[in-house]
Design a protein around this ligand. Structure first.
Ligand code: DAH
Length: 350
């Protein structure tokens, strides 16, 4: 019996020393494997006399069961330890503070653009868009700009690949080309009415967008934003332009205490032409005329390039600087702040 107890003890301590499931399987083989200690004892039974065989066999069996029980319990222990180690390694500290998601917001110039669109939409204006890479025809020629006009020079305009020498492609220098693009589409749509001598629905459109010029200082950026306005009909006058612009500007600045004036000026695509100045009756900018827009009665040549008869149709247009309106609204004195991308500046507008 003593030898059996020794084997059981040896097995228990071998199992206890096994630190991994693989070690444990190796230890098992030593005791319960094909040529393991217990198996060898079983083989030895054959040589014993019958009555001894019985008691010896039973004792070996009991020892085998004890060893198997030790093996099972060590297996459970190792599995448990492995599970604990895994839990430890993958543990989550639920007390860590979360990562805050900062809400983004619109750029101040985008906020202005959206306000401008909404105000003009409420006055029955459509909103249109045009390409930023523009053909010479739409940007200059169709707008009655002479071939030798200084705005066409490379000092003022960014020319890009494409087109030909006589009609190069460029980055649009203003939103005015969309006057032509939009009007041509509109006229095409209502050609049948025009040709039948009936009234065409008026063109009323605003076009906000990016423009480009070779220019850079505190109040000029090579990329800037304008909003173009165009109103073409049969029975409209300068008075109508004045009324809608005053309405717009007072809505934009949220005050009735704001006056406007039209100051004679020159643009190739309008005749007569005017600069629109505004003056606040109160606040930090009170009492100073501030230029915010070009405007005018659309030149007969431009009306013709829209596909309309200038004897019958009259148009009024304006082009206002969105960046400038935004600077005035928020009291920003350097245009470059809008385009530096400094989040400390931009987050103030949320
Ligand atoms: N396109 C002009 C500019 O960029 C602004 C302008 C003036 C637009 C008169 C107009 C207009 O529509 O009628 O300086």
């Amino acid at each position: 019996m003593n030898d059996l107890n020794t084997i059981i003890e040896n097995a228990r301590s071998a199992f206890a020393q096994a630190g991994t499931p693989a070690d444990l399987e190796n230890a098992k083989a030593i005791f319960l494997g094909k040529s393991g200690r217990v198996t060898e004892l079983m083989k030895g039974l054959a040589a014993l006399p019958v009555d001894e065989k019985k008691t010896r066999g039973a004792a070996i069996n009991t020892a085998k069961q004890a060893i198997e029980a030790a093996l099972t319990s060590r297996r459970t222990e190792l599995a448990e330890a492995e599970m604990q180690a895994q839990l430890q390694a993958e543990s989550l500290d639920v007390s860590l503070p979360g990562r805050r998601r900062v809400a983004g917001g619109l750029h101040p110039v985008s906020i202005s653009s959206e306000r401008i669109e909404a105000i003009f939409a409420s006055m029955g204006f459509e909103v249109a868009q045009g390409p930023e890479i523009e053909a010479d025809w739409f940007n200059f020629t169709a707008l009655n700009t002479p071939q030798d006009h200084p705005a066409r020079s490379m000092h003022d305009t960014f020319y890009v690949e494409g087109g030909c020498a006589a009609a190069p492609n460029l980055l649009r220098t203003h939103t005015s080309p969309v006057q032509i693009r939009h009007a041509v589409q509109h006229v095409k749509k209502y050609r049948h009415l025009i040709d039948a001598g009936q009234a065409m629905p008026e063109i009323r459109v605003v076009v906000p967008g990016r423009c480009y010029r070779v220019d850079s200082d505190a109040t000029h950026s090579p990329m800037f934003h304008q909003v173009e306005g165009l109103w073409v009909g049969e029975n409209i006058s300068f008075k109508d332009l004045k009324v809608i612009y005053l309405d717009f500007i007072q809505s934009f600045f949220e005050t009735k205490d704001l006056d406007i004036r039209f100051r004679p000026s020159f643009f190739p695509f309008t005749e007569p032409s005017a600069e629109i100045d505004i003056m606040f009756g109160s606040g930090p900018l009170r009492g100073r005329w501030l230029e915010v827009s070009g405007s005018g009665q659309v030149h007969p040549n431009v009306i013709r390039n829209m596909g309309l008869d200038p004897e019958r149709y009259i148009g009024f247009a304006f082009g206002s600087g969105i960046d400038r309106l935004t600077m005035l609204r928020y009291g920003v004195d350097d245009l470059r702040l809008f385009f530096d991308g400094d989040i400390r500046f931009l987050s103030q507008f949320q």
